[in-house]
Each structure stands twice: as structure tokens, then as C-alpha cells.
Design a protein around this ligand. Structure first.
Ligand SMILES: Cc1cc2nc3c(=O)[nH]c(=O)nc-3n(C[C@H](O)[C@H](O)[C@H](O)COP(=O)(O)OP(=O)(O)OC[C@H]3O[C@@H](n4cnc5c(N)ncnc54)[C@H](O)[C@@H]3O)c2cc1C
Length: 396
């Protein structure tokens, strides 16, 4: 780790411990979106870390941004997920593909934390298979007429704006997708108010959005009509790197709690750390965390260098998420009944870790992406549904 990395980590750590940690357990218990903490993240500069100063950003590299996300995830993975949904999934498409008009209008208030963003792709019948999206945006004069609904959307009930993935050419599958910015208050656009009741990530808001004859100005189109999939191919891998950072943050904190506990807790007249079976769990934790860390750094380095990181993001996300589930499960095991109790945060970490295997594309989809990238160019292009998966048309 360079001096730069460690100073970013130190400031992220101090911020997360001071501002997020004190509210994490209550926000989980009450399933409450921590609005105040969200605003503080904006003021701290977390959302803007990798964005230009022009929009209120700090122009760090993506490695630094992921480091900050990881520090937040150590104390509250749900808050880290809220941050990523806002600052990566919603801001990144606007920044990488949006017009100057969209960037000037939306990035500054989002980066400062004044406005909250949501990224709306998933539908009742469309999760991994994004080519099957039903939400329609029909071009009409100087606007698109948007109809459809989205569910399992992070920040849905609190968002001031949403980046919505819709079909502009319904017959064209992945080549008929477009991304539109839809602002709260636009007639016909609403959050239903329903809040998903979830296993974990309970301090993050997850809800439904509906669009009924919403007139979205044409200038709110991100990039080109029907070319939304190209934008998604940059934004979704970016979010996967962030999800790997979240999985790592959860795991590192769980490991550290174990290290304190095995020294202090005694059974059979000796501290737990002397038991070889406990040592084996600690060794596996450390090895897996180190491996996930290396995969994440590899993906982030490629992203920072402006190179393709599709496969590396899938590898980092897949490995880190499965690792986080294993590490948090073993951390509870090492703590015995105390680990199972809600008096310690480990059961929250375990519940939160499970989401990392599903959100931003399931583990199965990550395996398909990796295999597809490996064999690309060596086989004839597949047809039908296989083609949709092989062309990475697979959900977030
Ligand atoms: C807490 C939470 C927050 C979320 N936030 C957002 C958000 O902000 N925005 C958003 O758009 N979405 C969001 N999602 C949705 C999330 O991205 C989807 O859940 C995810 O993409 C998987 O889709 P699905 O749940 O419909 O599962 P499905 O696609 O129905 O998959 C079900 C199972 O089948 C497997 N499967 C599917 N296709 C294949 C295949 N081709 N080969 C092998 N196995 C396959 C999957 O891996 C999975 O195990 C969120 C979900 C949750 C739980």
C-alpha cells in the first residue's frame, strides 16, 4: 500500500467510525435509511472521490474511491451499498456517457449529497436477463413516453432522480435499450412506497418505481438511443468492483473481531487461539481476504488505467462475495453463542454478506461472464438466449 492509499484509508476509517458506526446497528434494526449519514458522506467527499473538481469531486483514482467504500462497509455494509448505488450506478452513466447538460445539471448536487440517485433496471420479470426488460420509452416529439415499473431498486423511496433502463426498440433485445434520467416530481413517475423486507442490508432502502405515461425530455437521454447496453457494460463492472470492496470490508471487520475474541475467550483452561481447528478457520479467513484483495486491486488497476476490466470485475466480485459469506459464517462459529446473538454485529455482517452474492449480478452470472470472456474468439457466436448471456446481457 502506498502512502497515498494509506492516508485515504485513514481518513475513510476515521469518517466511517465517527459518523456511520454509531448509527449502524439502529438503522439495521429499524430498517431506516440513514439520511443524515448520507448527507455527511456527500460533505466528506465520498461520492465525488473519482469525479472531476468541476462537479465538486476530488479526482482521486478508483482505487482510492473503493478504499473509502470498503471503510464504510466495515461498519455498515448497507450504507456502503446505498453510496455505491448513488455514486457509481447512478452517477457513472451520467458522467461517462451523459451530455454536458446532464452532467452540469445532476452531477454536482449528487456528488454533494444534496440529491439522491437510484439506478432502475430490475423488473418483476427481468433480473439477470436484461434483454427481457418490458419498460418502454417511446420517442414522441421532444420527449420519450415512459411506461413500466421497476422493483428491488436501491434508494427507490428516497431518490430525487433515477437512471432508468428502458426499451426504445422493443424487438432489438440488448440493442434496443436506452438510459433515461427521470426526476422526482415528473408527472406519472412515483415510488410506490413499498419497502422490501430483507434478510440483510436493512439500512438501505429497496423499493418499487412506476412510470405511467411519463414525459421524459429527450435531453435526459444518456448517450445514444438504443445504445444503453454499451453504457451498462462500463457501469455494471464498475459496480461489481465496488461490491467486491463491500464484501472485503465486511470480511475484514469480521476477522478483526475474531482476532480480539480468540485471545480473550478461554475454554478448557486456554485461549481459543490455541485450538488448531480455530486456527484453521482464522488461516482460511486471512488467505481468502488476501486473495480477494489482490483480485480487487487487479480490477481497480485496470479501471484506473482505462483498460477493460469486465472479466476482472466479475472475478473480484464473485470471489469476494463468496468469501464474505464464508468468512462471516466462520466468524459466528468462532464466537459461538455470542456470535449468534444480536448483541454483536456478526449476525448482521452474515446477513449483509449474502446480498453481495446476488446484487450487481449473481454469482452464476459472474461465472458465465468469466467463462465467456475466456472462450471469446475461440468459438462461433452462440444463438438465442445463450447469446444474451454470452454477450454479457446479464443483470446487475
Ligand atoms: C437488496 C437488493 C438491492 C438491489 N438493488 C438494485 C438496484 O438498485 N437496481 C436494480 O436495477 N436492481 C437491483 N437489485 C436487483 C438485483 O440486481 C437482481 O436481484 C439480480 O440481478 C438478480 O436478478 P433476479 O433477482 O431477478 O434473479 P433471476 O435473474 O431470476 O435469477 C434467479 C436464479 O437463477 C440464476 N440464473 C439466472 N439466469 C441464469 C443463467 N443464464 N445461467 C445460470 N443461472 C442463472 C441466478 O443466478 C439466480 O440464482 C437489487 C436486489 C436486491 C436483493
Amino acid at each position: 500500500m502506498t502512502d497515498y492509499d494509506s492516508s485515504v484509508q485513514d481518513s475513510g476509517r476515521q469518517f466511517a467510525r465517527k459518523v456511520i458506526a454509531p448509527i449502524a446497528a439502529d438503522a439495521d434494526e429499524g430498517e431506516e435509511f440513514p439520511l443524515q449519514a448520507f448527507r455527511e458522506m456527500g460533505r466528506f467527499g465520498l461520492f465525488g472521490a473519482p469525479y472531476p473538481e468541476r462537479y465538486g469531486g476530488a479526482e482521486t483514482d478508483y482505487t482510492a474511491y473503493a478504499t473509502l467504500i470498503r471503510e464504510v462497509a466495515k461498519v455498515c455494509a448497507a450504507t456502503a451499498m446505498t453510496a455505491v448505488s448513488h455514486a457509481t450506478l447512478t452517477c457513472d452513466p451520467i458522467f461517462t456517457a451523459g451530455s454536458d447538460y446532464l452532467k452540469d445539471k445532476f452531477l454536482q448536487p449528487m456528488i454533494s449529497g444534496e440529491k439522491i440517485g437510484a439506478f432502475a433496471m430490475t423488473e418483476a420479470g427481468s433480473g439477470s436477463d436484461i434483454a427481457s426488460i418490458q419498460t418502454r420509452a417511446e420517442a414522441a416529439g421532444d420527449y420519450y413516453l415512459l411506461n413500466g415499473s421497476k422493483l428491488f431498486i436501491t434508494n427507490a423511496n428516497v431518490a430525487d432522480l433515477a437512471v432508468v433502463v428502458a426499451k426504445t426498440s422493443p424487438q432489438a433485445g440488448l440493442l434496443g435499450l436506452s438510459l433515461l434520467v427521470v426526476e422526482k416530481g415528473t408527472p406519472g413517475f412515483a415510488a410506490t412506497g413499498r419497502k422490501e423486507r430483507k434478510l440483510g442490508m436493512r439500512a438501505s432502502d429497496t423499493g418499487e418505481l412506476v412510470f405511467m405515461d411519463v414525459r421524459v425530455p429527450k435531453e435526459n437521454l444518456i448517450g445514444r438511443q438504443d445504445r444503453g447496453f454499451e453504457v451498462l457494460q462500463r457501469t455494471l463492472p464498475a459496480a461489481r468492483l465496488d461490491m467486491a470492496a463491500i464484501a472485503l470490508g465486511i470480511s475484514e471487520e469480521a476477522r478483526d473481531l475474531c482476532l480480539d475474541y480468540v485471545v480473550q475467550r478461554r475454554q478448557f483452561g486456554t485461549p481459543l487461539y490455541r485450538f488448531q481447528l480455530v486456527k484453521a478457520m482464522l488461516a482460511n479467513m486471512e488467505m481468502r481476504i488476501s486473495a480477494a484483495d489482490l483480485l480487487l486491486r487487479k480490477g481497480l488497476r485496470l479501471r484506473d488505467q482505462g483498460k477493460s476490466f469486465l472479466k476482472e470485475a466479475a472475478e473480484a466480485k464473485l470471489f469476494a462475495s463468496e468469501m464474505a459469506v464464508a468468512v462471516t459464517r466462520d466468524a459466528i462459529q468462532i464466537h459461538g453463542a455470542y456470535g449468534y446473538s444480536r448483541d454483536l454485529p456478526l449476525e448482521r455482517f452474515y446477513r449483509d454478506a449474502k446480498l453481495t452474492e446476488i446484487g450487481d449480478g449473481t454469482s452464476e452470472i459472474q461465472r458465465l461472464i468469466i467463462a465467456d470472456e475466456l472462450i471469446k474468439g475461440r468459438t462461433a457466436p452462440p444463438a438465442g438466449a445463450a447469446a444474451r448471456v454470452a454477450s454479457r446481457g446479464s443483470g446487475i
